[in-house]
Write a protein that binds this ligand. Structure first.
Ligand code: ADP
Length: 320
């Protein structure tokens, strides 16, 4: 297609999900391998909707790293921004929902390959060709990937890309909540588009109101669009000139993993070729309805990547 390129930067990993829920990690009889990592999910979401996407990040030169690169390739995401680390292994996460409803996390990240991406390894030509450059905040946690992240953002911005940021807080990965808040905000004013969840809004503002005042307290002068996703309640949007809410679709939710990434991918795939949508409330609402539909569909199937919809699946839901 003739659409502009969306480059997504950050981590890609494998979630090991127990075959039985409600047990601790130690009691799990077995695990399913679920590829994930928010920036990789976003790239695949874009591609599945017919857009052009590339992923920039580092994987281990191991079984899991090549499996993940293969998944990007099978999904039409350009892999020329991927580096393979010869020493460190691909990031792994073990995520279980215990019987008491608490989520239990265990990460292989000491350090994993994604954390070792160096600025000089970046494919700058690829990053400069991005119309939209999307990123999270996990790559800010440690060096050298922090420097790589900052450089990639700068190169993309200098080349004229629209910067899209989903902090995608994963608190267990950070040394402390204060550090997470500080680092997430350290790149806040560089982004043109920011998407946070209601939980992240509370975390970043230190309030539990999740209202317009809280959202607007996060506004910065260069921002073009701030989005707050509200799960089954849809999303709120804020621009310099208008703000409002777009309601969600009613679906039978099985697993909400990846809903936010699907939402972001859908939004970016629609604005990459027409940024005037950001200043046109009726058209922006149409796009957010589309993004809500993508998020909703993603919750109807297990896992993130397998649940990301195609354009025709979204059209069916939109037609009702
Ligand atoms: P995140 O995954 O970042 O926490 P959300 O869970 O808010 O983000 O999901 C993103 C979007 O996906 C929501 O704005 C909504 O449109 C859609 N969505 C999420 N959960 C549901 C649900 N249970 N029913 C319908 N739509 C949903």
């Amino acid at each position: 297609s003739g659409s502009g390129l969306i480059v997504s930067f950050g981590e890609m990993l494998i979630d090991f999900v127990p075959t039985v829920s409600g047990v601790s990690l130690a009691e799990a009889p077995g695990f399913l391998k679920a590829p994930g990592g928010a920036p990789a999910n976003v790239a695949i979401a874009v591609s599945r909707l017919g857009g052009k996407a590339a992923f920039v990040g580092k994987l281990g030169d191991d079984e899991f790293g090549h499996m993940l690169a293969g998944i990007l390739d099978q999904n039409g995401v350009a892999g020329n921004g991927i580096n393979f680390d010869q020493g460190a292994r691909t990031a792994l996460a073990f995520v279980t929902l215990r019987a008491d409803g608490e989520r239990e996390f265990m990460f292989y990240r000491n350090p994993s390959a994604d954390m070792l991406l160096r600025p000089e390894e970046l494919n700058l030509e690829l990053i400069r060709s991005a119309k939209v450059f999307h990123y999270g905040s996990i790559s800010l946690i440690v060096e050298p990937c922090r420097s790589a992240h900052l450089k990639a953002m700068e190169v993309a911005k200098d080349a004229g890309a629209l910067l899209s940021y989903d902090p995608n807080l994963r608190l267990p990965l950070w040394p402390s909540a204060e550090e997470a808040c500080k680092q997430i905000k350290s790149i806040w004013d560089k982004a043109d588009i920011i998407k946070v969840s209601d939980v992240e809004l509370d975390f970043l503002t230190g309030s539990d109101k999740c209202d317009d005042a809280a959202a607007l307290s996060l506004w910065h002068p260069n921002l073009k669009l701030l989005l707050v996703t509200l799960g089954e309640k849809g999303c709120r949007y804020y621009t310099k000139n208008f703000h409002g809410e777009v309601e969600a679709f009613h679906v039978k939710t099985v697993d909400s993993t990846g809903a936010g990434d699907s939402f972001v991918g859908a939004l970016l795939s629609k604005i990459v070729d027409d940024q005037s949508i950001l200043e046109d409330e009726p058209r922006l609402r149409q796009v957010l309805k589309f993004a809500n539909a993508c998020g909703a569909i993603t919750t109807t199937k297990k896992g993130a990547i397998p649940a990301l919809p195609t354009e025709s699946e979204v059209c069916s839901l939109l037609k009702g």
